[in-house]
Design a protein around this ligand. Sequence first.
Ligand code: S3P
Length: 428
Amino acid sequence: MKTIGEVKLPLRGELRVPGDKSIGHRAVIFASVARGRSRIFNLSTGEDNLRTVEAFKDLGVAIQRDGEVLCVDGKGWDGLCPPRRVIDCGNSGTTMRLLSGVLAGRPFVATLDGDDSLKRRPMQRIIDPLGQMGAQILSQNGKGLAPLEIHGGRLRGIHYVSPVASAQVKSAVILAGLQAEGTTVVEEPQQSRDHTEIMARAFGAEISVRGKSVSVTGGRVLSAREVRVPGDFSSAAFFLVAAAVTPGSIVLVREVGCNATRNGVLEVLRRMGASIEVLNLREEGGEPVADLRVIGGKLKGVEIGPEMVARTIDEYPILAVAGALAEGVTTIAGARELRYKESDRIAVMAGELRKLGVQVEEREDGMIIEGRGRLRGGPVKTYGDHRVAMALAVAGLSAEGGVGIDDSACADISFPGFFELLEGLCRS
Ligand code: S3P
């Protein structure tokens, strides 16, 4: 049990957050299937990224740490070997879905498994398109759940219209498409994060993007390169909200990835009345990077509609906390996808915020939150979900007597050192 005490003073200070989890996965994947030695700087040491590293080691790729740098000696797609054991993706949906796209085109059988949370998450969404391309993927009892047994082989390009806006689905199809005969097109209902497209291009793939449609040509050889992973915007979001809801706070988060397909929370927080400045905007490896300065004040409730979902998908737990601390009502709608994350984030956040005295109406695709400024303190549960753990910690800063978090260790999945950083800001 981790206790987070109520803070009575403004938060002050400067910090950096770990490397972006999404970009980190892609850096390891592309480096592993490219030819030559890639060097990856600032890869997060969070468990999810480590799962992807271990998975490619299981597939025979030579990967080692040289101080702060991860060196990956790729030998091309054909350099991947049949794994000698079941690949354990842990809690990481990105590892399982993106790796499925890679393995769909490899001429061997591999089994992917994960923890109890990952075993409950929908995999049919990648089994369908990869199956149409020619891979055979067997799921547990044929129900589209892990473990997945992937029989890869020759693939053909397809035109896939995805029913969900999901970067994981899109990326799985792109990774298979890079190995397929001809051209593969994937279209989605809303544009999801485009880190795969950016990274693929950087490694030499032929890929073009037109609106919500991505097209890749198979058969190009990818070449090694250096990748600098920017700070994770989704991790920074916890500090943006913590500072924004605490009057008098001034917090600077340095070197954060600010990709426009990911930064919906900036728009929502600004609509809520938050003061957030984007400073020193620059580009690194095709990804925008900036320093973010937040000045704390009072927030007001807003409507967060379906158009925000793709750009804000991982920030709903912390936005629910922002809503609980704002004046007035915050409505989240069109976000049913949240039910398929590391936990059912609609049910879990509604339930835990109620324990803190907030009136929340749960909807099938979102929730309605009555803001109340100060929360009631007490014990809360994370359900093993890293983002729920960190969102509840931020809630604890505004809760009478603080909160006790049952499983704080799960924050390490994306953000090792989160609690130390938060406590450091509260002390300064
Ligand atoms: C991710 C995509 C999103 C996001 C997840 C990371 C990625 O999932 O929620 O945390 O790295 O591609 P979906 O693509 O399933 O929406």
